[in-house]
Design a protein around this ligand. Structure first.
Ligand code: ATP
Ligand code: MG
Length: 601
């Protein structure tokens, strides 16, 4: 491609709208342009990158025997009502763009495609003989994200590869799941990324497993906890750990103590001169179930630990049946305004005990009249502990479960693991922390969708059984940007060769020099002919401008038809290292071919 004929607009300054390096660079280098909140145009250079990423994804998917298809983006609400997700997606999470058509029918723009694919399987798969089956697509998804940001990282319209597999038994699902884990590792390795596969939260669905593929970068929205021995890596949402041992409490007799101004754990510890590991902290949450019922949840947890909201949400979802519900719509820590709606009297916030009485709640049709009391495992074994006295300005010390306080019946693990905790598989290993960008997620779904939607097959014994499913997603556009987040310098982007929009760029320092132009044109034709994707910077610009632009857009190899032409050579500069060497004109093509081959695995 001739730069003079391209839509080629680069910016010298960082655009104000961008916060992280990859977003700034993609805007500055003219790869993307913001059209609206979370909505971007992929300009020609970006589109080439996206096509390359898609091609790698496609090759790895096809190699596993999966088949590509293309599913509709406009999806009837009825399908989502069958799976039970319409309300959660359009109202609770509100992630789905929903509209009413001119016939007054409700439709949504696909944020994901489980409903569509399950409907197809329901219609078309009859017998175990047709299984296993794996279909995938590469397509734009729509999600009305609460906080679209960081360019393509969290868009409201973005490209995803999503695949769905169908099986007659668990082993078959596990096999495909393993194949996908391998395929995903291959995709990321081939795209030139540093990544880690981690255990992930499977949400309320449970199921036997889910893994995320994290590209490691400081700007990542996710936290990954891992051990140096390589045996354990998990998203913090899912991570388990052994907390440090609790210190032995010195409060051997139970008594109430005045602790003025001690509404935080830190202040209580200071006042009572105790360790946070000797405290039972009681954290209040408010859950709104999809039956419309609000439940006040009191979580008792060891004072030095925090509640992992994702784990808590999963526990509350398991209990949904107790409240005539299927799902939790909202989970929050109720602020003063929220408390006004149900509090029968002011709560002793910061001084609550595990047994705070239910008469604090003004129960109603919408508000459950009793606290749902949960105890985290970290708090169960504590002896002679400190906790609130249900009265502002007072705590109790030397308390014990089974004596002064009844142990809540429901024991859970909602402990948020953190850096420095000991690993479960080997307590000598401590958890380390890293930031990651989630670019892929693979998931054993089981019968979560096939059951409610009635997607069944007939097994060898002639019985009708629900299809067992898996699903597998890659954020193609997020992956492309994460490559930039991992690879740039002060001059601009450094694309991994495998996904760079072009392999090489020929910069003509002076276009009024006939020899420079002639050699550049000759190389341009030769390189492109031999499969080396090459740009020709033939603009009437100063050499310095051209070199700066080439660095900014991150093309792996720059060829300069300059001074060394007199010796029959051109200068070739490697973008990543700025290393420059002079190469004989007729060896440029074979040399570059070799370099590219070495760089692309
Ligand atoms: P996240 O936790 O980041 O919101 P998710 O769990 O909602 O992601 P999935 O539903 O598993 O994502 O989607 C599969 C993949 O699609 C993700 O791993 C991610 O790479 C990509 N993806 C999801 N949401 C977005 C988005 N808003 N913009 C760009 N890519 C996205
Ligand atoms: Mg996910």
């Amino acid at each position: 491609m001739r730069v003079s004929q391209m839509l080629f607009v680069t910016l010298r300054e960082d655009p104000a709208e961008a916060e992280i390096p990859s977003h700034k660079l993609l805007l500055r280098a003219g790869y993307i342009r913001r059209i609206g909140s979370g909505v971007y145009a992929y300009l020609p250079l970006m589109w080439r990158v996206l096509k390359k990423v898609s091609q790698i994804v496609r090759e790895e998917m096809d190699a596993t025997g999966a088949q590509e298809c293309l599913l509709p983006q406009l999806q009837p609400a009825d399908l989502w009502r069958e799976s039970g997700r319409w309300d959660t997606y359009t109202k609770a999470e509100g992630i789905m763009f929903a509209l009413t058509d001119r016939q007054n029918r409700e439709v949504g723009l696909g944020p994901t495609h489980e409903e569509v694919i399950t409907t197809i399987a329901k219609d078309m798969v009859r017998s175990y003989r047709q299984l296993p089956l794996h279909l995938y697509q590469i397509q734009t998804k729509f999600r009305d994200e609460i906080r679209p940001r960081f360019g393509l990282m969290r868009g409201r319209e973005f490209i995803m590869k999503d695949g769905y597999s169908f099986h007659s038994n668990e082993e078959s699902l596990k096999k495909t799941y393993q194949d996908m884990a391998q395929a995903y590792s291959n995709m990321l390795r081939r795209s030139g990324l540093q990544f880690r596969a981690v255990d992930a939260d499977s949400g309320a669905i449970g199921g036997s497993g889910s893994q995320e593929f994290m590209v490691l970068a400081d700007a990542g929205e996710d936290e990954v906890l891992y051990t140096e021995d390589g045996q354990y890596a998990a998203n913090v949402e899912k991570a388990v750990a052994l907390p440090a041992d609790a210190e032995t409490s010195t409060f051997t007799t139970f008594e109430k103590r005045e602790t003025p101004g001690s509404e935080t754990i830190e202040k209580v510890c200071k006042f009572l001169k105790c360790s946070p590991t000797q405290i039972v902290k009681n954290v209040l949450y408010q859950a709104v179930y999809d039956s419309g019922i609000t439940v006040l949840v009191l979580v008792s947890i060891r004072g030095d630990r925090d509640v992992n909201d994702v784990k808590l949400l999963n526990e509350l979802t398991k209990l949904a049946g107790n409240y005539q519900a299927k799902a939790v719509l909202f989970l929050t820590v109720p602020d003063a305004e929220a408390q006004q709606k149900w509090a029968a009297k002011p709560l002793p916030l910061g001084y609550m005990a595990p047994d705070i009485t239910d008469d604090c709640i003004a129960g109603s049709k919408e508000v459950n009249s009793k606290f749902l009391r949960l105890v985290d495992r970290t708090a169960i074994d504590l002896k002679n502990f400190v906790t609130g006295a249900n009265e502002s300005g007072y705590h109790v010390v030397g308390a014990n479960w089974g004596k002064e306080f009844k142990l809540p019946e429901i024991a859970v693990d909602v402990n948020k693991a953190k850096k420095g905790d000991r690993a479960v598989h080997n307590p000598e290993q401590t958890l380390q922390s890293a930031r990651g960008i989630e670019v892929g997620h693979i998931f054993q779904l089981g019968t979560e969708y096939s059951q409610p939607m009635g997607a069944t097959y007939t097994n060898e014994q002639g019985e009708e059984m629900p299809l067992i499913m898996g699903c597998y997603g890659v954020g193609v556009s997020r992956l492309a940007q994460s490559a930039v987040e991992q690879s740039y310098d002060k001059d601009g982007i450094i694309w991994p060769v495998a996904i760079a929009p072009y392999h090489a760029i020929i910069s003509i320092p002076n276009i009024s020099d006939a020899q420079q132009v002639e050699v550049a044109e000759k190389l341009y034709a030769e390189l492109n002919r031999s499969g080396i994707e090459t740009m020709l910077d033939d603009r009437d610009e100063r050499a310095g401008v051209k070199f700066k632009d080439a660095d900014l857009i991150g093309i792996p190899y720059r060829i300069v038809t300059g001074r060394s032409l007199k010796q029959g050579k051109v200068e070739v500069v490697e973008r990543a290292t700025h290393k420059s060497q002079e190469i004989a004109i007729d060896e440029v093509c074979s040399t570059l071919k070799q370099w590219i081959e070495n760089a692309v695995q």
